[in-house]
Write a protein that binds this ligand. Structure first.
Ligand SMILES: [Mn+2]
Length: 324
């Protein structure tokens, strides 16, 4: 775990000719913001930088989105592939192939479940509130100017990962950074609106369906919501439409852990977990799947099992952690 940026990482990346930056599948605001901000910093050093990803409509306003490369068009040699705000286990197949071919495999991340295994250069800071806050340290070290575009991307990451400065991961440094980014002239209200507040009509419809079907287990400490195949067929749910639903569940009165089980079809269940802190849901996600993980209070897993089995395993895993 490194609070400060390893000098070797900057020296390695700035001496590359061609670098690929990526987040995990379904990248969030922190992952995308960190990729675009680091792209700008490396390009200032003369590096040829490609960012790949397939973000939801929520993030299409971010500076840099128009230059995104599709993850199935990443042919050729990469001097380095850098995974930001996620780990190598959650890359799409096209990105995973480029990662395997790269001369240098790097990780910049703050997730509690991320380890150094499988990378050549590692910058993991489990205490950082967001990957974007880590990238800001890079910017300071480099003495680079905080352009409006870089500031917008970094602000997107910090408001997403701190829930608009409300989560317990918000630190004094986070608020000082926010002030610096506002001084760069960003439209902070627009960023918060797009990242945290606005919902699609599909998102409203699916939230209503999930909320009306919530069940409670473990004496009311565990709230479980389900996104069924019928909801998918009726609403046409897209990536991003489910954001915020599991956060509402965990903040229901008396609830300590919230879970949303999304029946994605083909025997795949996407599990989203939130905790108020008593239970480490990153550990729960890892118990559900070898590729599951995340933070103590926010985690996820993709599980290849019938949805009823997944639900039973969550209850059986969380129960003992709460002494029930
Ligand atoms: Mn993050």
């Amino acid at each position: 775990m490194a609070h400060t940026m390893p000098r070797a990482l900057r020296e390695a990346l700035t001496s590359c000719r061609r670098v690929l930056l990526t987040g995990p599948v379904d990248p969030d605001g922190d992952s995308l913001g960190a990729c675009f901000a680091l792209q700008a910093l490396l390009e200032a050093d003369g590096v040829d930088v490609v960012v790949t990803g397939n973000p939801s409509a929520r993030y299409t306003f971010l500076p840099g989105v128009a230059r995104l490369a599709p993850d199935d068009a990443l042919d050729g040699a990469w001097d380095a592939v850098v995974v930001l705000d996620g780990d190598r286990h959650r890359l799409t197949p096209g990105v995973a192939a480029a990662f395997e071919r790269a001369r240098l495999r790097c990780i910049i991340d703050h997730h509690a479940s991320t380890t150094a295994d499988g990378y050549d250069i590692v910058w993991v800071d489990h205490t950082a509130p967001s990957t974007c806050e880590m990238i800001y340290r890079w910017l300071v070290e480099q003495g680079a100017p905080v352009t409006r575009d870089i500031a917008t991307n970094l602000y997107a990451g910090i408001v997403f990962d701190t829930g608009g400065f409300r989560y317990s991961n918000t630190q004094p440094s986070t608020l000082r950074l926010a002030a610096t980014l506002l001084e760069a002239g960003i439209d902070h209200h627009e960023v918060s609106l797009r990242i945290l507040i606005e919902r699609s009509r599909r998102g409203i419809a699916v939230a209503g369906s999930v909320f009306s079907g919530v069940t409670y287990a473990l004496d009311g400490a565990l709230a479980i919501g389900r996104v069924t195949q019928a909801m998918h067929a009726e609403i046409g749910i897209r990536s991003g439409d489910l954001e915020g639903i599991v956060d509402a569940l965990v903040h229901t009165e008396g609830v300590l852990v919230g879970a949303v089980l999304n029946d994605a079809g083909g025997g795949r269940v996407k599990v989203s977990l939130r905790s108020r802190g008593a239970v480490d849901v990153a550990a729960v996600a890892q118990a559900l799947s070898a590729k599951g993980g995340g933070h103590r209070k926010a985690a996820g897993a993709l599980v290849m099992s019938p949805i009823e089995d997944v639900e039973r395993r969550i209850v059986e895993t969380v129960g003992p952690l709460l002494g029930r």
